[in-house]
Design a protein around this ligand. Structure first.
Ligand code: NAP
Length: 232
């Protein structure tokens, strides 16, 4: 196992993942808007320039990463709630969700080739959501979040085709964690059926097991916490 990068490291699932990876002896670099009390951590205000510069410095220092995990995602903020109806759609809220859930991960994908080796296996995982599946959309609602994850899926699939021309052993995983106990799901937990609200530790365990199994992953796959493929 080479070094590992976790972006959006303040996420509840990311925290559980870091603990598992470090427990298994991995060297984990982390990046977050928040200053976290751990080694190899960078507090970064995400911008195209700061992300590119951070990746340049990793390359200059000779770090090669076998796994990258990108966690960034918001569903609600103090001023944003997921839309129940099309009449609640607001451009500014949509742009804010899109910036966090889609554009910031894209800025990392733009720099992936600085970080992963050309000649050995790597996996880049992005936290998506089943709700971003266009073919699985039966319920409607949550326009901005849904669209931001659908766009994330399409952009990742497209980037994977390009990046794999030079980095043939780099695979891409769009991961749906299931409803997980975190800040993101807090306001929506009361309707979750018994046994269907997962702990971050349970999800992190399943994510490690899936993302470390390079041989079973397709070039770019969309999978749930139970290792089941989700149709795009
Ligand atoms: N929890 C669930 O039920 C569930 C279900 C399906 C999918 N997911 C996905 O899983 C991922 C992790 O979510 P979580 O449940 O662990 O939620 P969480 O604990 O609330 O984590 C929030 C994440 O969003 C990032 N973030 C917050 N504000 C941001 C901003 N303005 N710009 C960029 N990044 C920002 C944080 O990164 P920093 O550390 O940089 O602040 C962190 O990675 C998300 O992508 C989410 O969509 C979660």
């Amino acid at each position: 196992m080479k070094s590992i990068l976790v972006v959006g490291a303040s996420s509840a699932i990311a925290q559980a993942l870091i603990e598992k990876l470090e427990g298994a002896g991995a060297k984990v670099f982390s990046v977050s808007l928040t200053m976290l009390n751990r080694n190899n951590h960078t507090q970064l205000h995400y911008s195209e320039e700061s992300i590119s510069a951070w990746c340049d410095s990793m390359r200059r220092d000779g770090h090669e990463l076998s796994h990258i995990y990108i966690f960034n995602g918001i569903l609600h903020t103090e001023s944003i709630s997921p839309e129940k109806s099309i009449t609640s759609f607001r451009k500014d809220a949509f742009y804010e969700v899109l910036q966090c859930n889609t554009v910031t991960p894209m800025w990392w994908l733009m720099n992936v080739t600085k970080l992963v080796p050309k000649g050995s296996e790597s996996v880049v995982t992005l936290l998506s959501a089943r709700i971003g599946s266009i073919s699985d959309n039966r319920l409607g609602g949550w326009y901005s979040y849904r669209a931001s994850k659908a766009a994330l899926n399409m952009l990742t699939k497209t980037a994977a085709i390009e990046i794999r021309r030079t980095h043939k052993q780099c695979k891409f995983l769009l991961f749906h964690p299931g409803t997980t106990d975190s800040k993101l799901s807090k306001p929506f937990q009361k309707n979750v059926p018994e046994g269907k609200l997962f702990s971050p530790e349970f999800v992190a365990e399943n994510l490690v097991s899936l993302s470390m199994d390079h041989s079973i992953l397709p070039d770019c796959g969309f999978y749930d916490w139970n290792k089941k493929p989700i149709p795009f």
